[in-house]
Write a protein that binds this ligand. Structure first.
Ligand SMILES: Cc1cc2nc3c(=O)[nH]c(=O)nc-3n(C[C@H](O)[C@H](O)[C@H](O)COP(=O)(O)OP(=O)(O)OC[C@H]3O[C@@H](n4cnc5c(N)ncnc54)[C@H](O)[C@@H]3O)c2cc1C
Ligand SMILES: NC(=O)c1ccc[n+]([C@@H]2O[C@H](COP(=O)([O-])OP(=O)(O)OC[C@H]3O[C@@H](n4cnc5c(N)ncnc54)[C@H](O)[C@@H]3O)[C@@H](O)[C@H]2O)c1
Length: 460
């Protein structure tokens, strides 16, 4: 018999749960549900809202705003197609509240899925307080044979005087009004997606990035195309710009001093300068779980930490910060530990991704420069075209598709697209790249005409 700190006792080798998951986001929910389906007794703790970043303040509400924003262009373009639209106006509060209503609906569904699988949900913060031991914010102490850390990440806020006046993507979903002038710091996914959203809603948008490169992991030609289109749409870019100071003025506006620039006024300043793993105060040091320089939990290919019974998945491990990846890691963990199968690892190569900018970008595999560096001899096919809809609409906005082929064996090693519906088209194309198909396989496929996607099988 072993006596715990709180005075209760348990038999050695017996635990309250087979699995205790900390964090009910993309990775944690999938792992908990699947482990329970495999017969494990599972509990999950969530300190905020079940669903995590993606459902509550990430991919899902963001995509709804992207849809809402794009109507600005569609309504304008509709006129060239013969439509007269009178009295058009935009009601932010209506969109904001409709989006939040759907987020709440989804939160309920995620909770239901867990309950239907008999997963115990603790709606409170959890901390690791000893070997196999978790303490909840209420003071309740539980034990578990396995612990899964799936606590995600949060926005990194740069250190500068006045940084208490900035917002992050978390708050952007709840604004009381669309700002007249917004400064967005960062040049990555979130900065470019929200720049597009606010710009379509009529804000004057300025992006300030510390380097001169936006979306650095994407192919240079697509990055340049997005930059050029964004500028034509009215988004302003300040490069090599970092915050020196943000000062709140008497009228509530923010006076911002960026490096190399004169001070300027904005109504809202939003930072989108990356995300940091949520490990503070989690008690990892209590049991000796190893973390890296950014606080990310170090795991092996099977998402196992250096402590035998502790695993970690998703953004807290800072591998690939995308929802489908967190979900796969959660699934692989649950199958491997509770499913009675040979442990298997998630393949982090060739992960397709998208930026929901206006227009969106989508990519899979190597960029042209990565392929040149790694393979040497490559072939690059490119289609630079104006989508039919844009021609009729008089919208001078061109799409760009690129295919990168290994010259040694004709295998497609990368596809990159910017243009309407690029992420929708890419999902299918990514299967072909992942499967190792060749340019000849694409050429052998008959086009669907007239589409934008047909460019993929018509590269010359
Ligand atoms: C604005 C934005 C847009 C995005 N858009 C996309 C997109 O379009 N496509 C895409 O694939 N990805 C997107 N992402 C990334 C995606 O949201 C994340 O990669 C994904 O949510 C990671 O899942 P996770 O399970 O690791 O963590 P999360 O989903 O963040 O879940 C972690 C959960 O743990 C909880 N938690 C933390 N600490 C504790 C504790 N001690 N006790 C209890 N609970 C705790 C948190 O409250 C949170 O709910 C976006 C992210 C943001 C911020
Ligand atoms: N569509 C999607 O799949 C999607 C959408 C949003 C977020 N996400 C995920 O969330 C993660 C975080 O997104 P993010 O946009 O915050 O990060 P990011 O890593 O994509 O971009 C961060 C940007 O901030 C810049 N930066 C860093 N410090 C700065 C400073 N002090 N001043 C000015 N600029 C600075 C960097 O140069 C970089 O351009 C992404 O890496 C991505 O994995 C994915």
């Amino acid at each position: 018999m072993r006596v715990r700190d709180d005075g209760s006792s348990m038999m050695t080798g017996e635990y309250d749960f087979d699995l205790f998951t900390i964090g009910a986001g993309s990775g944690g929910v999938r792992a908990s549900r699947v482990a329970a389906a495999h017969g494990a007794k599972v509990a999950v703790a969530e300190e905020y809202r079940v669903g995590g970043t993606c459902v509550i303040r990430g991919c899902v509400p963001k995509k709804m705003l992207v849809y809402g924003a794009h109507f600005a262009e569609d309504l304008e373009d509709a006129q060239a197609f013969g439509w007269t639209i009178q009295g058009k106006s935009f009601d932010w509060i209506k969109l904001r509240d409709n989006v939040q209503q759907d987020v709440t609906r989804l939160e309920g569904l995620y909770g239901q899925t867990l309950s239907n699988h008999n997963v115990t949900i603790f709606n409170e913060r959890a901390t690791i307080t000893g070997d196999h031991q978790i303490t909840l914010a209420s003071g309740k102490v539980v034990t578990a044979k396995h612990i899964l850390v799936a606590t995600g990440a949060r926005p990194a806020i740069p250190d500068f005087p006045g940084n208490e006046h900035v917002i992050t993507s978390n708050e952007a979903f709840h604004l009381d009004a669309i700002p007249r002038r917004i400064l967005i710091a960062g040049g990555g996914y979130i900065a470019n997606e929200f720049a597009g959203i606010f710009n379509e809603f009529g804000s004057k948008v300025t992006i300030a990035n510390r380097s001169d490169t936006i979306l650095r992991s994407y192919d240079a030609a697509l990055r340049d195309r997005l930059l050029q289109i964004s500028m034509v749409k009215g988004i302003e870019f300040c490069f090599h710009a970092e915050f020196e100071q943000v000062e709140k003025q008497d009228d509530g506006t923010l006076l911002v001093k960026l490096t190399g620039q004169d001070p300027r006024e904005f109504d809202v300043v939003m930072v989108a300068t990356g995300r940091v793993p949520n490990v503070e105060g989690l008690g990892l040091e209590t049991i000796g779980v190893e973390v890296g320089s950014k606080g990310e939990i170090i795991v092996d290919a099977f998402s196992k930490t250096n402590v035998d019974y502790v695993y970690a998945v998703g953004d807290v491990t800072d591998r690939v910060q995308l929802t489908p990846v967190a979900i796969r890691e959660g699934q692989a963990f649950a199958d491997s530990v509770f499913g009675g199968v040979e442990p298997y690892a998630v393949d982090h190569s060739c992960v397709p991704s998208a930026v929901f900018s206006h227009p969106p970008i989508a990519a899979v595999g190597m960029t042209e420069s990565e392929a040149r560096n790694q393979l040497g001899n490559i072939k690059v096919f490119q289609s630079d075209f104006r989508p039919m809809k844009n021609v009729v609409a008089g919208r001078n906005e061109r799409s760009l598709y690129k295919m990168i082929v290994d010259a040694a064996n004709d295998r497609i090693v990368g596809i990159h697209m910017i243009g309407p519906d690029a992420p929708e088209i890419m999902q299918a194309a990514a299967i072909a790249v992942k499967a190792g198909l060749t340019k000849a396989d694409f050429d052998a496929t008959v086009a669907i005409h007239p589409t934008m996607a047909e460019e993929l099988v018509l590269f010359k």
